[in-house]
Design a protein around this ligand. Structure first.
Ligand code: RP5
Length: 163
């Protein structure tokens, strides 16, 4: 498998504080990735070049985050049959509801796996990318299972009264 099977693309530098949550998960699971800024509107030619060449670059999963009129995940999915996971970045004007609806309402035939708005969605996109890759990678599956077991261990059985 490629040493960087996950591509993380985002529409703007301003998306990075959200999208870095995906990299946190991939780092924890020792999954390689590359992150790039690709804007559907401001750099459309970069989008076409990236999306049409992503499979030849060795990517297996694409995580695409964008906010507002968030066309990046859908347009990326239009150019490649690699799995595309869409992260709606929380916008200032509409709190990410615009991003969510822009990404989730794809026409039948061009799927984008849409995650939650904001940092939770980005973190889960990293975990979901790892889950997809773990289907063909037993060592990764073991790391993922161990990560989830550790997560469960951290959850107290009873709430702290003063918490
Ligand atoms: C989108 O527009 C980006 O994904 C970003 O979430 C939003 C705002 O971009 P900036 O104006 O902050 O560059 O394309």
């Amino acid at each position: 498998m490629s040493s960087t099977p996950v591509a993380i693309i985002m529409g703007s530098q301003s998306d990075w504080p959200t999208m870095r949550r995906a990299t946190d998960m991939l780092d924890a699971l020792e999954v390689g990735y590359r992150a790039r800024i690709v804007s559907a509107h401001r750099t459309p030619h970069r989008l076409v070049e990236f999306a049409t060449g992503a499979r030849d670059e060795g990517f297996k999963v694409i995580i695409a985050g964008a906010g507002g009129a968030a066309h990046l995940p859908g347009m990326t999915a239009a150019f490649t049959s690699l799995p595309v996971l869409g992260v709606p970045v929380q916008s200032r004007a509409l709190s990410g509801q615009d991003s969510l609806l822009s990404i989730v309402q794809m026409p039948a035939g061009v799927p984008v796996g849409t995650l939650a708005i904001g940092e939770a969605g980005a973190a889960n996109a990293g975990l979901l990318a790892a889950s997809i890759l773990a289907n063909g990678d037993d060592a990764l599956r073991e790391r993922l299972d161990a990560w989830r077991a550790a997560q469960a261990e951290k959850v107290a059985l009873e709430p702290a009264i003063d918490g």
